[in-house]
Design a protein around this ligand. Structure first.
Ligand SMILES: [Zn+2]
Length: 181
């Protein structure tokens, strides 16, 4: 199962502590250490794209199935690919906002399924109304990312090997499958 993103120092530490069960994918970088006094050779650790760590958690699969990622704007905007889901244009994150489809004032909840990315102009125009009341059409149906999709949304420089691994855990109809073909 995908768990989290680690930086290269964290991976090097896990390797040196012998906590890595297997590695997968290409080598991202090589970290160099000190020179061995006897051999005169410099030590190094290769940092792989994916590592599997030792240890088991039997309840983990069930936990991940029920997992609802925390809702925050940066991840929401990435879910919707910086697209305003009303006018369909792409914006810089600072020009975007979180729109509640059913407004909070009308009982709408602050959950993944009731929020979309909207440009400030569309959000102001919609105001405290539903899409129907404001005659504004939603361009996509909002959804809660599963655990693997959430990890994907948090990634910064995702390489092919990592994406292929993550995609194994995406739902069949995940829109993120299309982002990477
Ligand atoms: Zn808009």
């Amino acid at each position: 199962m995908p768990l989290e993103w680690l930086n290269k120092e964290q991976v090097a530490k896990l390797i040196s502590l012998d906590m890595v069960q297997y590695t997968f994918g290409s080598t991202l970088t090589r970290l160099h250490g000190g020179i061995n006094a006897q051999t005169g050779l410099q030590s190094h650790i290769d940092i792989p794209a994916i590592i599997g760590t030792k240890g088991k958690n039997h309840h983990f699969h069930k936990q991940l199935n029920d997992y609802v990622p925390p809702l925050n704007n940066p991840t929401l905007f990435r879910r919707d690919q910086n697209l305003c889901l009303y006018c369909g244009q792409v914006f810089e994150p600072k020009q975007l906002s979180r729109d509640h489809i059913t407004p909070v004032s009308q009982g709408g909840k602050d959950v993944w399924e009731n929020v979309v990315t909207a440009c400030k102009r569309c959000n102001n125009h919609k105001a405290d109304r539903t899409p129907l009341q404001s005659n504004m059409k939603l361009l996509a149906i909002p959804f809660a990312p599963n655990y693997a999709e959430y990890i994907y949304l948090q990634g910064k420089h995702i390489i092919t090997d990592q994406m292929q691994f993550l995609m194994n855990y995406f739902p069949q109809k995940s829109p993120f499958r299309k982002c990477f073909v």
